[in-house]
Design a protein around this ligand. Sequence first.
Ligand code: NAD
Length: 454
Amino acid sequence: MQSEYLPMLQQLKINYESGITRGYAFRVQQLQHLKAAILKYEQALYEALAVDLKKSKEESWVTEMGMVVAEINHTLKHLKKWMQPQKKATNLANMPSVSKVYAEPWGVVFIIAPWNYPVQLLLSPLVGAIAAGNVCVVKPSEFADATAQVIQKMIEETFPANYVYCVQGNGAEVVTALMQQFTFDYVFYTGSTAVGKIIYRQAAEKLIPVTLELGGKSPCVIAADANIPVAAKRIAVTKFSNCGQMCVTPDYVLVHRSVYHEFVEEMKQVLVRFFGEDASQSDNYGKMINEKQWNRVVGYLQQGTVLFGGSANKEHLFIAPTLLGINDTNVPVMHEEIFGPVLPILPYENKEDAKQIISVNPNPLAFYVFTQSNDLAEAWLAEVSSGGACINNCSWHLTNPNLPFGGRGNSGIGQYHGQYSFETFTHPKAVFKTPAWFDPAIKYPPFTGKLKLF
Ligand code: NAD
C-alpha cells in the first residue's frame, strides 16, 4: 500500500542525509525561528487553548508557551557545549589511541503528542530534536483540534516541509500508517499507557528506539508532621490545574489519620479561595476536553463520599473541583488514572497501610510527600519507585530543565528536558582514533607465544 505521506517522508530523509541540519549555526537559527513563531502566534494559541480546554492566558503561558520558550532559551545557552564530542579516558592497552563520544543525531524522528498540554508536549520534544540535529515529523492530538490547527499553520510557516512536517488526523489511523510504511530513526511518544504499548510494539517490529512518556496514578502522602496549609495549597494548585488533566497531577492523597480532618477542611477553604463558590464561573478553572472524558470522570463521583464539589454540567464539559472520601479501595477510581478534577482522599494509620495502597499501581510517573522531616522524606523516596518525585510540592520538578523528566515501568521509558532532551535525540557514538605511527607487531597474527607479553 502506498502511503500518501511516503514522498514527503522520503524528502525528509534526503534532507537529513544532506547534512544541513547538523551544523551548530543551523540548529541555533531554527530554535530562534521556533521561538519567534511561538511569540508571533501567542495570541492565536491563547484563543485555541481557551476553545479546547478553557485555559486562561496566565495558565497557558506558564504551562504551555512559556515553558517551551524557557526550554529554547536554556538549550540555546548550552547547545554548543552539549554538541562537543566528550573526551573519555583510554585504557593502557589501547594507548596511544584517543577515545571520544560523539552526539550523533538519529535522523528522521517522529514526535506524537497528546491533547492535555497540546502546545508544550509537542514543541518541547521538538526543541530537543532540532537541537540534536534531526529532521522531524510531528503529530498533534486530534482531540485538541483548535490548537492543532494553529500549530500546523505555525510550523508550515516557520519550517520547510522537508525539515519539520506536521501530520494531522485520527491517531490510530495516521500513526499506524506512518509507523508501518516508513522506518523512523526514533519515536518520541507522549500519551496513555495503553496506546504507548501499541507504539512500542510497532517500533519493536523495526527495532526503532523510543521514548515513551506515559500516564500514571501519582500518589501523594501527607505525613502527620506536614505543614497542612502549605500542603493544601500546593496540592490544589496542581491537581485542579487544567481541570485535573495533567499527567503528573496528584491522583489521590493518603493523609495520616491524625491530620485527616484538618487537611480536608483546609482543602475546602483553599478551593473556595482559588476558584470561588462556583468554579464554573471562575476564569482560572478549565473544562474537560470532550464528552467521552467528561462521562468517564463523572462516573467516579459515585465511587466514594463527596466531601466537596461533586457538581457537573455536560453542556459545558464542567466538573467541579471535587474531594472524594474513599470508603472502599476496591473501586475503579482507586485503580484507573483519574485524569480529571476528582481527588480521592484516604486516611492511613501507618506507613505500611499507605504503601499497600500505593503498591497496587507500581512505578507511578510522580510521587509526592509532604513532611517536615528529612529522614521521613528520604525513607519514603527509598521505598516508592517513581519517574520523579517532589518533597513538599507537586509537579514542579518538571519545570527545572536541569532535571530529567520521565517515567519508569507503566509510566514510561526514557526522559527529556534540557540536556536530557539533547541526549534522548542523539545516539552516543563511541569513536576510537588510533594513530598510524604506532603499530606494534604484537597486535597481529601469528599470536603464538605473544599472550604472555600482555
Ligand atoms: P492517547 O494515547 O490517546 O493519544 C496520544 C497520541 O497518540 C495522540 O496524538 C493520538 O492521535 C495518538 N493515538 C491515539 N490512539 C492511537 C493508536 N491506536 N495508535 C497510534 N496512535 C494513537 O493519549 P491522550 O488521551 O491524548 O493523553 C492522555 C494520556 O497521556 C494520560 O494517560 C496522561 O497521563 C498521558 N500523558 C503523559 C504525559 C507525560 O509526560 N508522561 C504528559 C501528558 C499526558
